[in-house]
Design a protein around this ligand. Structure first.
Ligand code: AHM
Ligand code: MG
Length: 329
């Protein structure tokens, strides 16, 4: 059997003693370690009383009901980042940037617990992260440190807490999948240079929102539903977990598209997903795996944020299918 490559050895080789890369490697290692603790909590499920319960009456900064585990996950990540060169943390659960280290040179953005509506249903949830460089000389106002197009990311990834805890990561040189080995406690490299097939017959969308959709989205799904005899001339399959990390991992494994567009509902004009800590990291991972990510028309990584918690319509996955969706708009 060939020798296993752990996250530690992978990052050591990638960093190669370079100070900037070592800072990124240490930060990702800290997030992965926090993820193992969050996975344990998630796995304890109903035994860990109250983790799925709603906390207080106010929604979180992103506008959703905040669950106990959302908050605990954020605390775990913040604690893990303290010894790393992270200057600021942006999080779905906090209105403004959280200062971490005064001399830090990175800014980290996270969705601490993606898919939190699934917490009490024994379905995969996860943690999403995005890392950008931070230079106090350039970003004189820290509040703008994360307000840059996603093409500035130096690393991104997500952990999914499912039957296995997996880490899907990019450092700008392809996308890699690591699996947490419960016996050794290490993340082990399982797939390098992940490649999302360009073509697919599988789409993921919350179809119960169809009556709210705008015309292009409705037509796209109707054409998929028409199957072999319709304009797409093939039978489609539909899959929707309701945790983006789980739907994304399926797409990294066998292709497909994930679609959450804006619709006519109040508050859903730009869909449901957040640009900085959900769409940017997913788009970086997907592009590094030869897929595509748009807001329907525009490349996600080119979008300039205007607000830390802003939402964005999101389409990602198999390149040809993402382009097909754009042709409906
Ligand atoms: P969250 O970060 O508050 O969990 O919200 C994001 C989630 C995604 O994981 C998922 O794809 C989507 O919201 C599900 O939305 P819906 O409940 O409309 O199916
Ligand atoms: Mg989320």
């Amino acid at each position: 059997m060939s020798e296993l490559v752990t996250l530690k050895t992978f990052l050591g080789t990638w960093a190669g003693g370079d100070a900037g890369r070592t800072a990124i490697a240490d930060t990702v290692t800290a997030i992965a370690r926090a993820g193992v603790g969050i996975a344990d909590l998630v796995a304890r499920g109903p035994l860990e009383e109250g983790l799925a319960s709603i906390r207080g009456t106010d929604p979180n900064a992103g506008g959703d009901a905040q669950k106990e585990l959302d908050v605990v996950a954020e605390e775990r990540i913040l604690d893990a980042l303290k010894p790393t060169p992270t200057a600021f943390l942006a999080s779905e659960e906090s209105e403004t940037l959280i200062p971490v280290n005064a001399d830090g040179r990175l800014v980290v953005a996270v969705d601490p617990l993606d898919g939190s509506s699934n917490i009490d249903t024994n379905v995969s949830v996860g943690t999403i992260y995005s890392i950008m460089p931070y230079d106090p000389a350039v970003n004189t106002d820290p509040a703008t440190a994360v307000m840059r197009p996603g093409s500035n990311q130096v690393a991104a990834g997500f952990l999914a807490y499912g039957p296995a805890t997996i880490l899907v990561a990019t450092f700008g040189e392809g996308t890699q999948v690591f699996v947490h080995d419960r016996q050794t406690g290490e993340f082990v490299l399982a797939r390098t240079d992940v490649e999302i097939p360009a073509e697919t017959k599988e789409y993921g969308v919350n179809q119960s929102n169809m009556r709210h959709w705008h015309e292009p989205m409705r037509r796209y799904v109707e054409d998929c539903l028409a199957g072999k005899d319709g304009p797409r001339a093939k039978d489609f399959n539909m899959r929707w977990v309701g945790s983006m990390v789980a739907d994304a991992f399926r797409i990294f494994t066998r292709g497909g598209v994930y679609v959450y567009t804006g619709d006519k509902r109040k508050g859903y004009e730009n869909g449901r997903l957040r640009l900085i800590y959900e769409a940017f990291p997913l788009a970086f991972l997907v592009e590094q795996a030869k897929g595509a990510a748009t807001d329907g028309k525009t490349r996600i990584l080119d979008i300039e944020p205007t607000h830390i918690h802003q939402r964005i319509p999101l389409v990602f996955g198999s390149r040809a299918e993402v382009e097909k969706i754009a042709s409906y708009y």
